[in-house]
Design a binder for this molecule. Structure first.
Ligand code: URA
Length: 207
């Protein structure tokens, strides 16, 4: 299942991210802001339970987050910008990291780094990667999460391609994708078109 967050603020900020004239500082800020707005949607179904407390005026029962605790997991490196922003909304969340590279011969993603909260099986997991292109890395990361015991996973991306969505839906039909937009296609180099370029390079000013 794919949820596209069509809110005007998200779409406006995404267009600014796409703009080739947008520099590193602004791109980072926008990526963080869009991530917060995506999290607002992705976390819409967090459980609440009434808790008793007193306002300065009177005592009553008020909704507080309950249910499973949260884990944010970044796919390195570009996913970091998203978890760094989202953790400000959910400061008690634990944060994991998965690093993947593509084996030059098999072309399959290989995990070179995998550091996850030990109790990930008991947490709702929000996996972040700004760009869902072929979907190979995201699918491999979800497999890692499931091997570690994760049972509830949402994938949060800023921009997605139909190819990546199709792969996740095939490999992991239980994982909801929350994204700001789905672009029409990938080019021959695996870039999303029209896209926003290489998200990692634009976040970190590398190239
Ligand atoms: N990764 C990116 O950073 N950009 C793309 O367009 C595709 C994958």
């Amino acid at each position: 299942m794919v949820t596209t967050v069509s809110h005007p603020l998200v779409q406006h900020k995404l267009s600014l991210m796409r703009d080739v004239r947008t520099g590193v500082k602004e791109f980072r800020e926008l990526a963080g802001e869009v991530s917060l707005l995506l999290a607002y949607e992705a976390m819409r179904d967090l459980e609440l339970a009434p808790e008793r407390l007193s306002t300065p005026i009177e005592e009553g029962e008020f909704p507080m987050l309950s249910g499973k605790k949260l884990a944010l997991v970044a796919i390195l490196r570009a996913g970091l910008i998203m978890t760094d922003a989202i953790v400000s909304l959910v400061p008690a969340a634990k944060v994991g990291h998965i690093g993947l590279y593509r084996d030059p011969e098999s072309l399959l993603p290989v995990a070179y780094y995998n550091k996850l909260p030990a109790d990930i099986a008991e947490r709702r997991v929000f996996l972040t990667d700004p760009m869902l292109a072929t979907g190979g890395s995201a699918s491999a990361a979800i497999t890692r999460l499931k091997e570690a015991g994760a049972q509830s996973i949402k994938l949060m991306t800023i921009l997605s391609a139909p190819e990546g969505i199709a792969l996740i839906e095939r490999d992991h039909p239980d994982v909801e994708i929350v994204t700001a937009a789905v672009d029409p296609q990938l080019n021959d180099h695996g870039y999303i078109v029209p896209g926003l370029g290489d998200a990692g390079d634009r976040i970190y000013g590398t190239k």
